[in-house]
Write a protein that binds this ligand. Structure first.
Ligand code: DGL
Length: 274
């Protein structure tokens, strides 16, 4: 059997958004293999209940385990907020989400203690960002704002379109009024809107990207647990594998537009079987 260090990392999301997390992992730890699953049949997660998100996430972790992954990254903010705590004790491999790494950095880097969090409705309602930020920085004030229109706009490719700018202005206006100095982009799709968000928030507001912070945390975790891949000669065709629950060619087009290479194979699976 192959050495556990050469086993892949399982990364999953409700759909394409988690590719922003996979992309950061590819950049920061380029010799790690990845098995990515996008739940394109059941997206969006951002408006669903906790019980449903836990059930979906549990099935996906079961599927990823069949691929021999050595660790799991829940690349979806909503699933991280609603399912990570429940799933962690159920699995005997490391499993991390994107909320904690982003929240910690926001709590530690804010100067005036005023932090904005933009995310899906379910993530905002879970109050997990608030909880983690306030545990680290009890004086922090957290202002959450659900931005449900951002995901479809990103998937439409309207990253800098006037319609997106208008929508972003409406969502961010109340946050701007609070005087925040830090804004957490608490949904997988939002880092793709970075330049629009930057323009509206101005240079003085620090934009925290949980995808970037999660890749850093994963790197440290793999090293600490003796799981980091120590070989460079992994065959290119086994580096990255992509699985979805529906609409594989649509997924593939989006993936090829945001990853630094063309995704030529995406496999369709029946996630309800796991
Ligand atoms: N991936 C989700 C998240 O980060 C956004 C898309 C969805 O609602 O499923 O919260």
């Amino acid at each position: 059997m192959e050495n556990i260090r050469q086993a892949p990392i399982g990364v999953f999301d409700s759909g394409v958004g988690g590719l922003t997390v996979a992309r950061e992992i590819m950049r920061q730890i380029p010799n790690e293999r990845i098995v990515y699953f996008g739940d394109t049949a059941r997206v969006p997660y951002g408006s669903k209940s906790k019980d449903t998100i836990i059930r979906f996430s549990r099935q996906i972790v079961h599927f990823l385990r069949t691929k021999g992954v050595k660790a799991v990254v829940i690349a979806c903010n909503t699933a991280s907020a609603l399912a990570l705590e429940t799933l962690q004790p159920e699995v005997d491999i490391p499993i991390i989400g994107v909320v904690l790494p982003g929240a910690r950095v926001a709590a530690e880097t804010t100067k005036n203690g005023k932090i904005g969090v933009i995310a899906t409705e379910s993530t905002i309602e879970s109050h997990l960002y608030n909880r983690v930020i306030q545990e680290r920085n009890p004086n922090a004030q957290v202002f959450g704002k659900a931005c449900p229109l951002f995901c479809p706009l990103v998937e439409e490719g309207w990253l800098k379109d006037p319609v997106t700018v208008e929508v972003a202005n409406r969502y961010l206006e109340p946050l701007l009024a609070t005087g925040i100095d830090t804004l957490v982009m608490g949904c997988t799709h939002y880092p793709l809107l970075r330049s629009t968000l930057r323009e509206i928030m101005g240079d003085k507001v620090n934009l925290v990207n949980p995808a970037y912070e999660t890749a850093r945390e994963l790197k440290a975790l793999l090293e600490e647990k003796g799981l980091a891949n120590d070989r460079q000669d992994i065959p290119a065709d086994s580096m990255y594998q992509f699985y979805v629950s529906d609409a594989a060619s649509k997924f593939q087009r989006f993936a090829s537009s945001i990853l630094p290479f063309d995704v030529d194979t995406t496999r369709l699976i029946h996630i309800e079987d796991y």
